[in-house]
Design a protein around this ligand. Structure first.
Ligand code: SF4
Ligand code: SF4
Length: 474
């Protein structure tokens, strides 16, 4: 195993999370269909009216030529068109009361005979099905929506590695769907025939991806890369730097001719181009100790989170719900928030009201920590626990440099944090504040409980506001 690990490519910094309690069980179920779907239009404005009947797949929102359309996830009648808090911002919403009928409007041009389609035709279908928006910085097409032009894409990198706690595991997403995934990769190749398609996976799942490669007949345009499962390897910028062997994490994969997508994006690409299905469903991992049972659900876009978590929370009053991964995710204030085309995980962590007395020194403690001061570090095979509370108060920096050691972009989080909190924010640009990819590792490992990432985010916001003001007055 050691030899295998050494052979795997990686990056400087980062952190390998040990096995945690509450990891989603590898069991995929249907979430069920609620009476109403609340479809957030993150990329546009509604084009339907209250009282209008819509079929599954019908376009209900558009945002102009550069943005992908949004589709009705099921057939029914529009009962509300308005605004909703979505992913932290006010967002247009279309509420559809479902009628149980199965009428369906497929994406135009979809065909099983993908190889007959021109690259431009495949790109257009991916745009019209809403798949383009699932790729970091957008999948290129004549319709727009990407920072890259098709001719400039040298590599399509598929992140099939999951290193952040409670994100979906590729092996679960691909259970029984290897052929479909292979067909999705073929679709991407058809769209960008001159680009290499690279699937980055963990060594533990190598056999799965060898099966994918075999299903495609081991084509020369496909490469498999085993990477060390170290967080945040799946981040598009970190993945680009690892695959290209760059010394520094770039500010944009697009500038290096790299287009980054994930496993679900590839499956959606197949469904769009072969089956005519726009993005109307997501597989969502449900992990965390406050769930019983954990697992995976297939949910229609627009399904309120409440429907997914109901009956699974051990104690709904004492659970912190997070959408996305535990480090990069966002706390959910209202369970009416719906699944969107990018939702992939919901975590539920117990809220505990008191700190564990001398938790670090109790034999067998299962507290998670980067520092080896925790006894848990000596028990790497025991499952560790994560709760939502900060165990202890913020203290002064003890110059341990853990934050610097883990930072994947090679900046100095404790220095930037001090500059921000001491009103020296203009100094931070020189020390690379804009290189921060907001992975959250520095805050996670800090033994003094300093929320370094929050300080850095605040510094970036201040600098951007100052730049805006300067541009306005210039
Ligand atoms: S949040 Fe930013 S500063 Fe902190 S470790 Fe991640 S990249 Fe580095
Ligand atoms: S991890 Fe925390 S205590 Fe250690 S150097 Fe960074 S800010 Fe200071």
């Amino acid at each position: 195993m050691q030899v295998a690990l050494k052979k795997q490519k990686s990056f400087k910094g980062g952190f390998i999370f040990r096995r945690l309690e509450g990891e989603p069980q590898a069991k995929l179920e249907d979430a069920g269909v609620p009476k109403r779907l609340h479809v957030l239009l993150q990329q546009g404005q509604p084009i339907v009216k209250v009282g209008q009947r819509v079929a599954r797949g019908q376009v209900i929102g558009e945002g102009g030529p550069a943005l992908c359309p949004v589709h009705a996830p099921a057939s029914g009648v529009v009962v509300e068109v308005g605004q909703r808090e979505g992913e932290g911002n006010p967002t247009p919403v279309v509420v559809i009361e479902l009628d149980g009928k199965s009428d369906f409007v497929p994406v135009q041009g979809a065909t099983r005979d993908v190889e007959r389609l021109t690259p431009e035709a495949v790109q257009r279908i991916l745009h019209e099905a809403g798949v383009s928006a699932l790729f970091h910085e957008g999948f290129p097409s004549a319709e727009g929506g990407s920072k890259l032009s098709a001719a400039n894409v040298k590599m399509v990198a598929i992140s099939a590695i999951s290193t952040e706690p409670f994100l979906p595991r590729p092996a679960v997403l691909l259970d029984g769907r290897v052929e479909e995934f292979a067909a999705g990769l073929r679709v991407l190749h058809q769209a960008l025939p001159h680009a290499r398609v690279v699937v980055a996976h963990s060594h533990a799942e190598r056999q799965l991806f060898l099966d994918v490669e075999r299903a495609l007949g081991c084509p020369s345009w496909l490469r498999l890369h085993a990477l060390l499962p170290k967080y945040p390897q799946e981040h598009p910028l970190v993945l680009t730097s690892t695959l290209l062997g760059l010394r520094r994490v770039p500010l944009s994969p697009a500038k290096n001719g790299v287009l980054v997508g994930d496993v679900q994006a590839v499956l959606h690409a197949k469904e769009a181009v072969v089956d005519g299905l726009p993005v109307t469903e997501r597989v969502v991992a449900l992990g965390g100790q406050a769930f019983e049972p954990t697992g995976y659900v297939r949910a229609k876009v627009g399904t309120p989170f409440r429907v997914l978590v109901e009956g699974r929370l051990k104690n709904p009053q004492l659970a912190c719900i997070v959408s996305g991964g535990l480090l990069r995710g966002r706390r959910v204030a209202d369970l009416q928030e719906p699944v969107t085309s990018t939702t992939c995980a919901i975590a539920a962590l117990p809220l505990v009201d008191k700190a564990e007395l001398l938790g670090s020194f109790q034999p067998g403690s299962r507290a998670v920590s980067f520092s080896r001061a925790f006894v848990s570090a000596l028990l790497p095979f025991a499952r560790a626990r994560l709760v939502a509370n900060l165990q202890g108060e913020r203290r002064p920096c003890v110059q341990c440099n853990y934050c610097e050691d883990v930072c994947p972009v090679g900046i100095i989080p404790h220095l930037l944090s001090k500059q921000v909190t001491h009103n020296l924010v203009e100094e931070t640009e020189r020390f690379g504040i804009f290189a921060c990819i907001e992975c959250g590792l520095c805050s996670y490992v800090c033994p003094s409980k300093i929320d370094l990432m929050a300080d850095i985010q605040s510094g970036k916001r201040t600098l951007l506001l100052e730049k805006e003001k300067y541009d306005e007055t210039a």
